[in-house]
Design a protein around this ligand. Sequence first.
Ligand SMILES: Nc1ncnc2c1ncn2[C@@H]1O[C@H](COP(=O)(O)OP(=O)(O)O)[C@@H](O)[C@H]1O
Ligand SMILES: O=C(O)C[C@@H](O)[C@H](O)C(=O)COP(=O)(O)O
Length: 331
Amino acid sequence: MTISFPEDRPFDFTAIGRLCIDLNANEINRPMEDTVTFTKYVGGSPANICIGMSRLGMKTGFIGKVADDQMGRFILRYLRDNGIDASGVTTDDTGAVTGLAFTEIKSPEDCSILMYRDNVADLKLAPAEVDEARIAASKVLLVSGTALAKSPSREAVLLALRYARKHGTKVVFDIDYRPYSWANPEETAIYYHAAAEKSDILIGTREEFDMLERFDGNDARSDETTAAAWFGCHAELVVIKHGKDGSIAYAKDGSAHRGAIFPAKVVKTFGAGDSYAAGFLYGLMQGWSVSRSMEYGSAAASIVISSHSCSDAMPTSAQIDDYMAASRTSD
Ligand SMILES: Nc1ncnc2c1ncn2[C@@H]1O[C@H](COP(=O)(O)OP(=O)(O)O)[C@@H](O)[C@H]1O
Ligand SMILES: O=C(O)C[C@@H](O)[C@H](O)C(=O)COP(=O)(O)O
């Protein structure tokens, strides 16, 4: 089972949504109260995935908005240094700030994120700033669900989805549920639905799909029934992530594919989903089977969770290949 993508477009992959800063605790295995220093990285789930795709050699671009400050300029420079076309990233002129994610690493299994997201620039992206030609020039548009949390970013994303459908650009919807960004669950579920209905590939955890389907009845739904519900729209592939229990993908042709995990020396668990998405989508775009692509995503995730950062630790294909080979040898 493989997925087809449009051919001969200048960009392989364009992401839309949040560009932020991660401040990851240096003194790990303790609560945030006892953390003194943090290392600054570019963050934001869609940014991390786009950086991952670029490291893997894909031609990438980003549609988003940064604050007119040092952090915004740091993000723009990092994108460019990583080969990402940032001409679709605008700079806010209203005094908005850069979103900050302070990460707390109490233990490898007990991690949390303290977000500062009031008046953030990423949610100020306006529909007029979404370039139709850029979406038409990309094989894939990745939409992060959090960008639907507030206007005008919400309308910008819905417009981007319309452009993608009009031009046959494959839409990947990463549910990316961050509760603090949303006013209430009703709003979340409604806007998630609007995006999921227009998407070709849906990716989320079980909890994220439960949020998306919250008002659809049938509280006892399984991964399989979740997937089936979206095949009636545009979905070809629905991927449900289960942390260290791996992942499962259902395809419209009725096939199911289970993704195992790779061993990891876990430093922290965040970044797993973003690196998994990058490795997995890269594999699909190489024309690999869904199963092989899931394996690649899992290996990428193990590399990132064994590292201190998310974005900076995104692996190259050589690193993933080596990691996979090394874990086979140690079996
Ligand atoms: N502890 C772990 N050890 C090895 N791989 C993991 C671990 N946690 C997650 N992964 C890998 O990362 C993928 C995504 O992780 P998950 O936690 O489900 O997503 P998210 O980070 O979006 O919540 C999993 O399907 C798995 O391949
Ligand atoms: O997405 C954010 O705003 C923060 C991320 O940069 C952060 O590192 C993270 O939470 C990664 O998300 P995950 O891959 O879903 O674990």
